[in-house]
Design a protein around this ligand. Structure first.
Ligand SMILES: [Zn+2]
Length: 137
């Protein structure tokens, strides 16, 4: 994990902690999680077993950049840890099984809405603009 001490957007070091949360090991989570395990417990199990590699509570801070106003978390996962997390999620097959049990609602409408947003943004992207994808799918 990386302790983020400067703003990922503008690189300012004028950042301050505005909140924090202490994550605890999910003692009541099956080891390994089953497809019936709540996804929150499963993700915590993955985090503690594969990334933190400890059952000690892990503190995560929300930081605010005083220069541009961007809010980000610290520490954050490295690219390798993110890859490991999703590889583990895939290996457990739980996300796939959950999606089969409870398929996403109105997927055609949602897909159309996303397509319209991307098309609207395409001009700006092609002219050198930037997109911040915060990945909530
Ligand atoms: Zn900033």
């Amino acid at each position: 994990m990386i302790d983020v001490t400067s703003c990922p957007v503008c690189r300012s070091t004028q950042v301050k902690s505005i909140a924090d949360h202490l994550f605890s090991y999910p003692e009541d989570c099956p080891d390994p999680p089953t497809p019936n395990t709540h996804y929150e417990k499963e993700r915590l199990w993955i985090f503690f077993n594969y990334i933190a590699r400890s059952k000690e509570p892990q503190r995560v801070k929300a930081r605010l950049c005083d220069t541009c106003g961007f809010i980000f978390t610290s520490p954050r996962l490295t690219s390798e840890e993110i890859e490991l997390k999703y590889r583990t999620v895939d290996s457990l097959q739980s996300a796939k099984i959950r999606a089969e049990k409870n398929p996403p609602m109105r997927i055609e409408k949602r897909s159309e809405r996303i397509r319209r947003v991307v098309e609207k943004s395409l001009d700006r992207i092609l002219k050198g603009g930037n997109i911040l994808d915060y990945g909530v799918a």
